[in-house]
Design a protein around this ligand. Structure first.
Ligand code: ADP
Length: 629
């Protein structure tokens, strides 16, 4: 028999488990029981179509045995079991290895979070045990195998005798220390309570020999010691229970265990319907995105049950992409047990369920937005981006559905606004919804282009994510109001008179601008005077459909190298500040310096707009020249 090494990540986790100061060590039992339950589900599912399984539905069970003398807690199941190879693979490595890597790198605080964030599964046994033995026999095989490990040093796998199909996990409980009374896990009452707390809904009976005293018949006040088998769990799936009898804690525990989260969910949606579609659903909106949420690896979907039996782990058809963060399950009587994935996709019943669930989720979010604003803002911080992508994707097909769930920071003290709120708070005479783009709200505040809009008393929505402006563009307008980027060349803020005046001014400076443009080449499309600047001399705006921010975003996308997008930029110069006169003077006296000024002003505008200065060396030299003149 050879001792094998754990894969390095597994070893790390194992070390952590062994030395864990985790306050919820008790969850080890729930993890081991869940594994048993899953294994039974698999065999049960097989038994529906395979006569050779030979176990009746009501014979499936999980057994717990406590042995105080030998300090062992044993959990056995008559589930599907594992082959030698599976034993090695499943218990010698961590299935979700990538996730662990990620967490380990982000390990800042105590390991509480790491253990919680990561579905620790089987290894959690090592939080309370100094030796774990697993004996297992796979359905369809004659051979049984034993896995044994005393900790991070490694494990052995060998042949063993085992009569029936299934798995037995024997945990040797650690000795008590000053801080930790591990012996509590050998106590039948403690174990019963743990099962009630974490595993009550497990569909299969969890039975344990319970030592108790019974009155002796015919003799008053005399008792005898008896051992009786007790089923410790009620076995009613939580989603089949009435809402009235469930406490927040029940939902939270269920969620955390089932969906491997360390935090309670933000919201719970528990609903059942009869009629066109008959189903119960239990859905959760998490407080934070799972570690892989914004990666390609993330799979959306709800668990799908048919009459209490799990038929699919992740049914993607049940959730639209924009609600992909929702976790949960659906149990329906309308679906057949052995329906295939392909058939499901075309199943009308399933589509109907999906539609109603989507409405429920949306309604729940709307309710949160209305009644629990702060919580909604937190939710939006975590998943808002998904809703915004939802607006933009599929050519804006779902923009209508989602538009009232969007919130954006605003110039009103940085507060979040819905589009509806913005619209309601619009000033008299204001016709459009103004927005500005930038990396952060603070940067946006500094944009010279915002001044004129704020001066009018209009609010500005701050768009700080790349996707924001694209989402807004898909909406085109909200309730009859167009969206206008404050960096758009045409802000439409001036009165007719002011417009005429400015037009005349620009007309007369036409030749001067031509001269300046010569110095700037292709960098800008046009140069103009503007009225909108209050505290700055210049700014960059864009004409046409592509803004400066969109240019940045599009050009940062993969594959954009050959196909650079270019915003059509306009260099706007304040018509009312001294610089205007200075330029006019130079045009008449010193064209060479005018060209240098054009370059300088363009550089300044780039700096303020968050666009890299095209030629920093030249820019700096010009500034120096001016300074030393
Ligand atoms: P998880 O359950 O999250 O996948 P675990 O570390 O708890 O992670 O278990 C790893 C794998 O080992 C399981 O996915 C399963 O395939 C197998 N396994 C664990 N316990 C049992 C069991 N009692 N019966 C059959 N297979 C099991």
């Amino acid at each position: 028999m050879k001792t094998k090494q754990f894969k390095s990540e597994s070893k790390k986790l194992m070390d952590m488990m062994i030395n864990s100061i985790y306050t919820h060590k008790e969850i080890f039992l729930r993890e081991i029981i869940s594994n048993s339950s899953d294994a039974i589900d698999k065999l049960y599912f097989k038994s529906l179509t395979d006569q050779s399984v030979g176990i009746k539905a009501d014979e499936f069970k999980i057994e717990i045995k406590l042995d105080k003398e030998n300090r062992t807690v044993t959990v056995s199941d008559n589930g599907i079991g594992m082959s030698e190879e599976e034993l090695d693979k499943n218990l010698g490595t961590i299935a979700k290895s990538g996730s662990f890597d990620f967490k380990a790198e982000n390990e800042e605080t105590e390991n509480v979070d790491i253990i919680g964030q990561f579905g620790v599964g089987f290894y959690s046994a090592f939080m309370v045990s100094d030796e774990v033995t697993v004996e297992t026999k796979k359905f369809g095989s004659d051979e049984a195998f034993r896995f044994n490990s005393k900790g991070a040093d490694g494990y052995t796998v060998s042949s063993c005798e085992k009569e029936s199909v299934g798995t037995t996990v024997i945990m040797h409980i650690k000795p008590d220390t000053d801080d930790e009374k591990y012996s509590e896990y050998l106590d039948q009452y403690r174990i019963s309570a743990l099962i009630k707390k974490y595993s009550d809904y497990i569909r299969h009976p969890i039975v344990m020999d319970f030592e108790t005293k019974k009155p002796i018949e015919g003799k008053e006040n005399e008792y005898e010691d008896v051992v009786e088998k007790r089923t410790l769990n009620s076995m009613i799936p939580i989603w089949k229970r009435s809402k009235g009898e469930l406490k927040d804690e029940d939902y939270n525990n269920f969620y955390k265990e089932k969906f491997m989260d360390f935090e309670d969910p933000a919201n719970v949606i528990h609903t059942s319907t009869e009629g066109a579609a008959t189903y119960s659903a239990l859905m959760f909106i998490p407080k934070h995105p799972p570690f892989d949420y914004y990666t390609k690896e993330y799979e959306k979907g709800l668990q799908l049950y048919s009459k209490g039996v799990l038929i699919m782990e992740k049914c993607a058809e049940l959730l639209p992409d924009y609600f992909s963060f929702v976790k949960g399950l659906v149990d329906s009587e309308d679906l057949s047990l052995n329906i295939s994935r392909e058939m499901l996709q075309h199943d009308g019943q399933l589509k109907l369920i999906a539609k109603t669930l989507e409405k429920k989720i949306k309604a729940e979010l709307e309710k949160m937005l209305k009644n629990e604003r702060e919580k909604y803002e937190e939710f939006f911080g975590a998943f808002g981006i998904q809703l915004k992508f939802g607006c933009y994707n599929d050519y804006g097909m779902y923009a209508e559905t989602l538009k009232d769930l969007l919130i954006f920071k605003s110039s009103d003290n940085g507060k979040y606004k819905t589009l509806k709120e913005y619209k309601e708070q619009m000033k008299e005479g204001q016709e459009a919804i103004y927005y500005a783009c930038g990396e952060t709200a603070e940067r946006i505040e500094l944009l010279p282009q915002c001044d004129a809009v704020k001066d009018k008393g209009y609010q500005i929505l701050y768009l700080t994510e790349n996707v924001d402006e694209f989402a807004i563009m898909m909406l085109r307008e909200y309730d009859g109001c167009k969206f206008i980027n404050v960096c758009d060349e045409n802000l439409n803020l001036d009165s007719e008179e002011e417009k005429q005046e400015l037009k005349a001014e620009n007309e007369s400076a036409k030749d001067m601008f031509e001269e300046m443009k010569k110095a700037l080449g292709d960098s800008v499309n046009a140069i103009r005077f503007t009225n909108k600047l209050k505290n700055h001399a210049v700014c960059l705006t864009s004409e046409g459909g592509i803004s400066l921010e969109m240019e940045k975003t599009l050009n940062s996308m993969p594959g954009s190298d050959q196909n650079k997008v270019k915003a059509q930029l306009v260099l706007e110069i304040s018509a009312t500040q001294k610089i205007a006169d200075k330029l006019k003077e130079l045009y008449n006296t010193d064209k060479e310096t005018l060209g240098k000024y054009a370059k300088l002003l363009y550089g300044e505008a780039c700096l303020i707009g968050g666009k890299p200065v095209e030629n920093p060396a030249e820019h700096t030299a010009l500034v120096l020249e001016l300074m030393t003149k």
